[in-house]
Design a protein around this ligand. Sequence first.
Ligand SMILES: C[S@@+](CC[C@H](N)C(=O)[O-])C[C@H]1O[C@@H](n2cnc3c(N)ncnc32)[C@H](O)[C@@H]1O
Length: 253
Amino acid sequence: MVARALSFGAVAEAYERFRPGYPVELLDLVMAYAGGPIRTALEIGAGTGKATRLFAQGGIAVTATEPDAAMLAEMRKHLPANVTTVQAAFEDLPPDTSYELVYSAAALHWTNPEGRWARMAALVRPGGVFASFGVPIQLADPALNEAARAARAAYLEEDGVPSPDGTPADRPMQWPGTELQQSEWFTDVRQSVIERRLTMSAHDYIGQLSTVSAYVMLQPADRDQVFRRILQVLPETVELNAQVDVHLARRHH
Ligand SMILES: C[S@@+](CC[C@H](N)C(=O)[O-])C[C@H]1O[C@@H](n2cnc3c(N)ncnc32)[C@H](O)[C@@H]1O
């Protein structure tokens, strides 16, 4: 799992090019939940800075942390002035500074579950906000989704990341909301979805898949085969469900 968590650096440029960014509605949602001004934020697993740029554009001084040197190098190519970058994994962040907002975009599930919330609580100022976002991208057309699944099946059964705490998909509250609800440090746990449809060429969709850890972990020859087979079943342009799943919680005073 550690190898998989640190697999992104090999594809940093493709990651920046093909992964969709985050919509401004996400910033609006977090600010509305906060209910007051947010001046400082810590980002965990910032990658190439896609969410970093959104929050920095909101006028927040962001400390963007990321363990992978290649992702960090890509992030540093296009950063606003109010962002500080730090090369560090979540587990190694010093708990001596706290922030009004701590957030993590598509990265929290890669962090060590042991002591996660105690560590997080130390980083969020009392009354401050914790936010976690996920983007489970899927082909919007169920028939096409099934065709793509069948095309990859010989090489890859599942291409998503399983729920870190095993919460069944039909439960109203999903991870990490489930863990936040049980945590002694956080309250007012909220789960929201920002609906979003994207249209892109099948080639760009494959480019996006090439940054997904399950595919990155395949042998190169197998990966080429999988992408060739998936491409064969797709029309020239595909529509994607790229909804943003959001979890919010407030640090106890
Ligand atoms: C799917 S990428 C998300 C990047 C970026 N936040 C975004 O939304 O585009 C996951 C990121 O988590 C980072 N990561 C992996 N393990 C981590 C850890 N223990 N602490 C912090 N970040 C970690 C990876 O290096 C990678 O950049």
